[in-house]
Design a protein around this ligand. Structure first.
Ligand code: HEC
Ligand code: HEC
Length: 337
């Protein structure tokens, strides 16, 4: 009888215990797929109100369509365009843009864009945007003034600001905002997206380490805000910024950057194609005192005007370094011959 009980125990109880303990440890350990938001919450940080915990696939589809096409297919048919001029993806990517997301480095961002053939754009990617804690940072206040103050503290406000000002469109309706937030939640950061070493993962999973240390560790592995520093054209445009440009990199900036918008049926009427004539025009304007100079247009962009709302956003230092402007210049000069 005793041995029967023992056998029963082994057959039934052991797998049960093993299952309980393994699911327990699965629950506690943070793996590569664990959302960063979940880790932060378990360490005592409040979950922001813009975050959608369980994204609804239907809303995700609609939100994604609003962002990439500017309107969505709904049961009532096609919705109205948010903007007649742009989709959000005219200026924002929706995927990772850098290998190391703990720092800003425009050269590494360009390397990554070349490797993955991504558009090289003025705005920050939506990937990981729900994990940021402030938006429209740094010098954007110079362009949009008081409008930025609310946007700086709220993802929803910055979406509304960008739908109306950056996109020259209209305010989003509640269902559109909701769908976008569902979509953006699917672009959240996971533990595996941070460059954590094995020891650092162990540290995160170490029950005796303090929550504050773990939070500090996480905060050092990604940027909770995208910095933005406005820059100026060089004092002497003939001389430029003074460094030698790299033609290959200039070509990549032209093709992945400028041509994203300046193409046939693009958001701009100005087509920057690969014809010698086009490069000659660009070259002849380099030192001009007008928006047709690459230095002026890159550093100041243009403003939307009544009757002509399409404008070009400026490139901050983070999105285009002085070196990269010179790379572009050297490419233009080479192609003009
Ligand atoms: C014409 C270009 C353009 C379009 C179109 C555009 N944006 Fe932006 N957006 C920008 C720029 C430039 C910034 C400046 C800050 C940054 O992204 O680094 C920005 C910033 C933002 C930010 C804050 C990002 C941060 O981390 O600081 C959000 C959120 C945003 N846009 C959402 C949207 C949404 C949603 C749409 C579509 C409805 C949209 N944008 C369309 C250019 C654009
Ligand atoms: C996000 C879209 C976008 C990107 C990227 C972009 N531009 Fe523009 N650009 C525009 C728009 C819109 C205008 C406004 C003129 C128009 O309506 O066509 C413009 C205007 C210009 C003008 C003419 C200024 C004028 O007033 O007509 C030049 C020159 C120019 N861009 C060069 C560039 C170069 C060089 C790059 C790459 C470094 C670039 N653009 C990247 C959208 C863009």
């Amino acid at each position: 009888m005793k041995s029967l009980i023992a056998i029963l125990l082994i057959v039934f109880l052991y797998p049960l215990l093993a299952w309980v303990s393994s699911s327990n440890s699965l629950f506690e350990a943070f793996g590569p797929e664990t959302p960063l938001m979940q880790v932060n919450a378990s360490l005592g940080l409040a979950i922001p109100s813009h975050y959608v915990n369980r994204a609804d696939p239907k809303k995700v589809r609609i939100g994604g369509q609003l962002i990439s096409e500017g309107r969505a297919d709904t049961p009532q048919g096609k919705s109205n365009y948010i903007s007649r001029f742009y989709a959000c993806t005219s200026c924002h990517n929706t995927v990772r843009e850098e290998e190391d997301i703990s720092k800003v480095d425009s050269e590494l961002r360009l390397d990554y864009a070349i490797e993955h053939q991504l558009p090289y754009l003025q705005a920050s990617t939506f990937w990981g945007i729900v994990n940021r804690v402030a938006w429209y940072n740094g010098d954007y206040i110079k362009k949009y003034g008081d409008l930025v103050i609310a946007a700086n503290k709220s993802l929803e406000e910055s979406i509304q600001l960008c739908a109306q000002e950056c996109s020259q469109g209209r305010e989003l309706e509640a269902w559109e905002m909701e769908a976008m937030l569902h979509y953006l939640a699917t672009l959240e950061l996971k533990v595996g997206d941070l460059a954590l070493s094995k020891e650092e993962i162990n540290q995160l999973n170490d029950g005796s380490a303090s929550n504050q240390n773990k939070l500090n560790l996480i905060a050092s592995k990604y940027l909770p805000r995208s910095p933005a520093t406005f820059a100026e054209p060089p004092n002497d445009k003939n001389r430029g910024y003074g460094m030698k440009g790299n033609v290959e990199r200039g070509k990549a900036i032209y093709e992945l950057g400028c041509q994203h918008c300046h193409k046939e049926d693009g958001v701009s009427d100005l087509v920057l194609d690969d014809a010698k004539k086009t490069f000659k025009w660009l070259r002849n304007n380099i030192s001009a005192d007008s928006q047709n100079s690459i230095y002026e247009i890159i550093r100041h962009g243009t403003y939307a005007e009544y009757g002509h709302r399409e404008y070009m956003p400026l490139y901050t230092q983070e999105k285009m370094s002085d070196q990269q402007v010179e790379d572009l210049r050297f490419y233009i000069q080479e192609m003009a011959y």
